[in-house]
Design a binder for this molecule. Structure first.
Ligand code: PLP
Length: 445
């Protein structure tokens, strides 16, 4: 049924909806049957008729501590009254330094220099430029090729699109993309319905060795992977896979970059997936839950040697890295992030994500008997549910996420996969509610 728009939005005529060209949205379908949220609190959104919609994906993997946290709203409010904006080039403000230190305390030892940006996409493109700058600064300027993976999502700026392994995101924009060689993805039929890390597939990391054989190590700057490929369906790394990537990168002087935009800040039960899987990259990207979704922000954290090499290669007094954004380390975003980190720490939310994982995954894997469900994967507080294809890719996924919303559950779908990733404050009752709506909708297929 079409959503009835309530008093807060009932003056939105079709014409007014028309002006907004919505991102990654079927605009015509949306405007014919808008899925509007007008408020949020804790685990729930409020829809346009005032009804509650359980948030099964923490917004877009952003709102890890639940929605509308007062502490964050107050911190942003205070910050905007005290210092609303500070020029980000050649000027600083106290909170960005404090935040960088706090983030460096959460990342694995040795990764302790943090560059601020405004989104995951900016984090990825910034990380690519850092890798190029580093290789050049250490006299390896021929290393300009990147290696990534099929079924990867690294955002939508040109660098990130080139890294990503998604046909639809690339096909209209192919001209002039940076050169990227793609390893195979890690989905294997023999790992279907595996909870946690799959047993088979560590040898897929040898694809990186094949890239070295084909292109030459002297031409490769960095290897980018999501520790868990999130948006493309929650592909959990096979046991031993990330370790092998690390070994191959070390052997050939290739930087290893973990895109932790979804995994970072507790989703896998530790601060970062690097710690959950016990593999330390050279560079990490992060965004989304860095502010609990309350302000746009991202960051790139690097090993100190990467920072030192780039900065020491410039002459005294010169700018060392010609890159940055007007809104890098915006004071309001820094204030939101510091408040979010206080909540994560004060409420032990990363530990809570770890503690709730078994209950959550058991419940989601309980949907495996439904005929439309062809595979389920999951780790920590994130799971992907694949649906049998109907006519063309994405059709069924789109329809199911719309029906779930109407039935009171928000879930992010990519293609024909639903990605369930609740906030870390999730209770047993929310997991039950989520799975009951999922079962009700999915059983009709
Ligand atoms: N990298 C990864 C792994 C992501 O999942 C995303 C977004 O989902 C991005 C990058 C892009 O982030 P943003 O949408 O904030 O630009």
């Amino acid at each position: 049924p079409a959503t009835t728009l309530d008093a807060t939005v009932d003056n939105i005529s079709g014409r007014e909806l028309d002006a907004h060209w919505m991102p990654f949205t079927a605009n015509r379908a949306f405007k014919a049957d808008p899925k509007i949220v007008t408020g949020a609190d804790g685990m729930y959104f409020r829809n346009a008729s005032g009804g509650r919609v359980l948030d099964g994906s923490s917004g877009l993997f952003t709102s890890a501590a639940g929605h509308c946290r007062k502490e964050i709203a107050d911190a942003v409010d205070r910050q905007l009254r005290e210092l609303d904006y500070a020029p980000s080039f050649m000027r600083g403000h106290p909170k960005s330094f404090e935040l960088a230190k706090r983030i460096a305390a959460l990342t694995p030892p040795g990764i302790n220099r943090v560059f601020f940006v405004n989104s995951g996409s900016e984090a990825v493109d910034t990380a690519m430029k850092i890798c190029l700058a580093y290789q050049r600064a250490r006299g390896r300027g021929t290393r300009t090729l990147f290696v990534s993976r099929e079924r990867a999502y690294h955002g939508v700026n040109f660098g990130g699109v080139a890294l990503s392994g998604m046909q639809k995101n690339r096909e209209a924009f192919g001209f002039g993309l940076p050169t990227v060689a793609h390893m195979r993805h890690t989905w294997l039929a023999e790992n279907k319905f595996t909870k946690g890390q799959p047993e088979h597939g560590a040898e897929l990391a040898e694809d990186l060795e094949r890239m070295v054989a084909l292109y030459g190590a002297d031409n490769i700057a960095a290897c980018f992977v999501e520790p868990i490929a999130g948006s493309c369906g929650v592909l959990v790394p096979p046991s031993g896979y990330l370790e092998r990537l690390r070994e191959i990168c070390d052997r050939h002087g290739i930087l290893l970059v973990f895109d932790e935009v979804i995994c970072g800040f507790g989703r896998t039960g530790k601060a970062f997936a690097a710690q959950s899987f016990g593999v330390t990259p050279d560079v990490m990207t992060m965004a989304k839950a860095i502010t609990n979704g309350a302000q746009p922000m991202g960051a790139v954290a690097v090993r100190q040697e990467v920072y030192d090499t780039v900065t020491e290669s410039a002459s005294d007094g010169a700018v060392e890295f010609f890159h940055g954004y007007t809104f890098s380390a915006h004071p309001a975003a820094c204030a939101a992030s510091l408040a979010a980190l206080d909540i994560y720490e004060g409420e032990g939310l990363f530990e809570r994500a770890r503690a709730m994982s078994a209950r959550f995954l058991d419940a989601i894997f309980g949907l495996a008997d439904l005929p439309v469900v062809t595979d389920i994967r999951g780790y920590g507080l994130i799971a992907g549910i694949d649906f049998a294809l109907a006519n063309r890719p994405g059709l069924r996924g789109n329809e199911i996420q719309a029906r779930l919303f109407d039935a009171g559950l928000h879930v992010k779908a990519t293609g024909d996969c639903a990605i369930v990733a609740p906030a870390f404050i999730v209770e047993d009752s929310h997991i039950d509610e989520m799975c009951s709506v999922l079962r009700d909708v999915l059983k009709s297929y």
